[in-house]
Design a protein around this ligand. Sequence first.
Ligand code: ADP
Ligand code: MG
Length: 676
Amino acid sequence: MGRIRVLPDQVANKIAAGEVVERPASVVKELLENSLDAGATSFRIEIENGGRRLIRVVDNGCGMLRDDAMLAFERHATSKLRDVKDLLSITTLGFRGEALPSIGSVSRLLLETRSAEESTGSCVEIAGGKMLRSEETALAAGTSIAVRDLFFNVPARKKFLRSDQTELAHIASLVTHYSLAHPDKTFWLSSGGGELLHVTPVATLRERVFQVFGTGALDELVDLGACEKQILLPPPSVPPSEAIAEFRREPEEPSTRLFRLRGFVSRPQVQKANRNSIFIFVNGRLIRDRSLLHALSSAYHNLMPAACFPFALLFLECDYEEVDVNVHPSKTEVRFRHQSFVHDFVRDAIRDRLIESRPAPAFAVSPTPQAVHAQPVSPAQPAAGMPYSEFSQMLENEAAADAPSQPPGLESQPAFELPDDDQTHSSAPEYHLRPSRAPEPRFDFGDAAIALGPEPPSGIRLRVPDTHGSFPAEALPASGSLSALSDLRPLGQIHDSFIIAAGRDGLWIIDQHVAHERILFEKVLKQRAAGNVEVQRLLMPLVLQLTAEQQIEYARIAGELESMGFETEPFGNRTIAVKASPAAIAPPDLEKVLYEVLEIAEGELRRVSLDDIRRGIAASIACRAAIKINMRLDQSKMEWLLRSLAATDCPMSCPHGRPIALEYSMREILKAFHRI
Ligand code: ADP
Ligand code: MG
């Protein structure tokens, strides 16, 4: 007798559960996705003990027919696919028919469901994969699935679960982001009876961002608007006569496919230590994709330090045929048919919007996010509108342990991964994700403003009579854009390093070194693009010794070095001779610049593209050639510097990602002097 056996379904389901159900948040994800596929518009998610004791998802979707309620727990039973052709264009979130049997095999599950087409509903009870009960009962239309005692029969998995707070944080993050993907639907999340998130339908994503994170968030984010790009598909390469009849395509004109991107990304000054604040949806599905993560990082290249990450909420939409979602059982990875097109489209769309909006960093006049976070939000407090930075900081602190050890590589992470630091919250009584509500309406009746909100107790807010002359707040120019740079009047320097300037919309401080760095950086890149780099011949060639690794990198980038103005040639074993260099570099700095450039090329396990290397070389040249700090500048030099900075494409950060100019806005100045 042979040794190979076909595994019973019960074992197969438990194996599938290993991949599909990693932690309570994965259960919530599968149930929520099923509810979305069922066309529900309202989702109620109840959690107990971080999802260990109970996860219940109740929806108002299409419900299941009596016969289907039992079938749903069979392996590979789905209503979403019919044949293999359907796999090429999956329009639903689910399609593998694995989630319910997998979850049922590692928990005690109760399904209650009724389709609007039938007068009675069904109730199915399963524990550890065994059917305990199935009966007809009276129910409201829709579906409720309660999952209790997750992993009660898989002690090994149970051991890997983190604290209740951490598991809850994962769930909260997941539900929050699905709520952002569906602003027109109601989401209600509670834990231990306390409400964590409750959002009602709104018309736009912007309004949903406001509901979830509060006004503070919108100030820190740049709205991508609606970006679109078409790809032209070549006509089929196989001559129609040879094509197999049933797959034959018409030999018509080349067709096009449209890609759409919308969402929000943070200003470059919002810098996160890891990727936990990046959420990418492709056709409504929350995914992790290396190539899209890389596109996002590239958009921030030279705007943000290399080891920092932005906040991003991206929604990419495309034809279903353009993306293969059948890559992994948890359906969190995808493969694009035109991967490099999608990568470049996403990178350019984000970079263009960031550059266009030229957001200026403000002086930190309010408490730092860390300071705010030090006081846990009390459940008794009325929701006061948690600033976005505080919310993301909270999630990030959950993940604090991850930050130092995570290299800035491109390793793929499981979706919604918020690596744990249980100690961080050991002293906090309970995890509270407190979404902000829209602020209470406040009507201004002349001198006495009536507050309709919970504060102050008297309900009347009196203004201090103003005897110092009034400043109409409405007349204030909108602050926060570096477009204002061109109107600045330099007043002087502090410490011969920072230029102080007066503008229409406030007071500015400009770091003279990084400002000049940005000007030179863009100049070098423009000269390179136009093929007219200024070069200086060296009197004596500079001879450099390379390590074996540097030698390999040198061979790869020699052409690029040449076009940037470095005339080099191999000079014996692991040695190169430099005969000419870009005019901006003083000869004593040349050696440092070249070693720096080779280091960039080696970085991130050689995933650096030639475009990144070109920018790296330009950044290195700019840094060496720029005016330094501790250098006195006369009025005309300061004026020249500000004018040239205003003319750059991207005056907000230096090529290494540090801010160039800080603004103390008129509004903040007036506030500080109690004039508004
Ligand atoms: P898949 O989603 O991949 O089809 P699942 O195991 O998640 O597989 O679900 C199996 C089937 O159960 C689905 O195809 C769907 O017909 C039905 N189903 C699951 N959840 C719901 C729900 N909330 N409302 C209506 N039908 C549902
Ligand atoms: Mg499903």
